[in-house]
Design a protein around this ligand. Structure first.
Ligand code: PEP
Length: 247
C-alpha cells in the first residue's frame, strides 16, 4: 500500500504562499509516499498548475452533494475535479462543528466525490469529553459506519482519525491510543468492505509535526497523516513526507 501524507491548509494561504509548493516539490521530487495538499478553493487551480509534472497532488476541503445548481457559495466535486483536484477532505471536525455536518451529509458528499472521480478523505474522531467518558471507539465506529459512501473501495476512500482535542492544540494521543483506534477502524472497514478494507489508507491527524511524525508512522495501521498547521511550511511538511517515506 502507498502511504499518504496529506496537508490541509484550511482557511489559510494567498497566492504568495504558493512559493511553499515550489520549495516542497524541489526538496521532495520523488517521495516514497503519496503527497497531497488541500488549499482553500481559491488557490486550487493555481496550486495544481504550480504542481504540474510533479508528484504533488491537490485536493479540496469540502464539496456539495450535488453536481451543479442553485447553491450560492458552494462548490461541487465535479468543479474540484475540473480545477485539478484528485482528492477531497470530507467531514472534518471543523465542518462538523462550524456547519453542523451530520454523518448522513458527509456520506452524501463522499458519494458525490466518488461519482466525480475523486478520492474521498473521510474524517472522524472523538471530542475530549467523549474520550473521558470512554466513548471513543463507539463514537468512531458510528461516525465511520454513518459516513462511509456506497461504492467505497481501497482506491477511492481514505479515512482520517482525528481526535478533535488533538487538532491544532499541540496535544496528541499516546501511541497506544492511536493504535487502539486504528486497529478498531481497520476491523470495521474489513467488516464493511471485505478484502478492500485492508487496503483503505488510515491516516492519523492531530498535531502531527516533524518531531513526532516518525513515532506515529511506526504505529501499526497508521498509513499516513492528515496535517494541518505543519503543512503550511514546505520545510515542516517536507520533513513529515520524509518521515513517512522512511517508515
Ligand atoms: C487538521 O486540520 O486536520 C489537523 C490535524 O490540524 P493540525 O495538524 O494543525 O492539528
Amino acid at each position: 500500500m502507498q502511504k499518504l501524507a496529506a496537508g490541509n491548509w484550511k482557511m489559510n494561504g494567498s497566492a504568495a504562499a504558493l512559493a511553499e509548493v515550489g520549495a516542497l516539490i524541489a526538496a521532495h521530487p520523488a517521495p516514497a509516499c503519496e503527497m497531497l495538499l488541500c488549499p482553500p478553493a481559491t488557490l486550487l487551480a493555481q496550486m495544481t498548475w504550480a504542481a504540474r509534472g510533479s508528484k504533488l497532488m491537490t485536493g479540496g476541503q469540502d464539496c456539495h452533494t450535488k453536481a451543479s445548481g442553485a447553491h450560492t457559495g458552494d462548490i461541487s466535486a465535479a468543479m474540484l475535479k475540473d480545477a485539478g483536484a484528485s482528492h477531497v477532505i470530507l467531514g472534518h471536525s471543523e465542518r462538523r462543528a462550524d456547519h453542523g455536518e451530520s454523518d448522513a451529509l458527509v456520506k452524501a458528499k463522499a458519494e458525490a466525490a466518488l461519482a466525480a472521480g475523486l478520492t474521498a478523505i473521510v474524517c472522524l474522531g472523538e471530542t475530549e469529553a467523549q474520550r473521558d467518558a470512554g466513548e471513543t471507539l463507539a463514537l468512531c465506529g458510528s461516525q465511520l459506519n454513518g459516513s462511509l459512501p456506497e461504492g467505497a473501495n481501497a482506491a477511492n476512500l481514505v479515512v482520517a482519525y482525528e481526535p478533535v482535542w488533538a487538532i491544532g492544540t499541540g496535544r496528541t494521543p499516546t501511541l497506544d491510543q492511536i493504535a487502539e483506534v486504528h486497529g478498531f477502524l481497520r476491523a470495521q472497514l474489513v467488516k464493511r468492505l471485505g478484502e478492500d478494507g485492508h487496503g483503505v489508507r488510515l491516516l492519523y491527524g492531530g498535531s502531527v509535526k516533524p518531531s513526532n511524525a516518525a513515532e506515529i508512522f511506526a504505529v501499526r495501521d497508521v498509513d499516513g497523516a492528515l496535517v494541518g498547521g505543519a503543512s503550511l511550511k514546505a520545510a515542516d511538511f517536507g520533513a513529515i513526507v520524509a518521515a513517512l517515506s522512511a517508515a
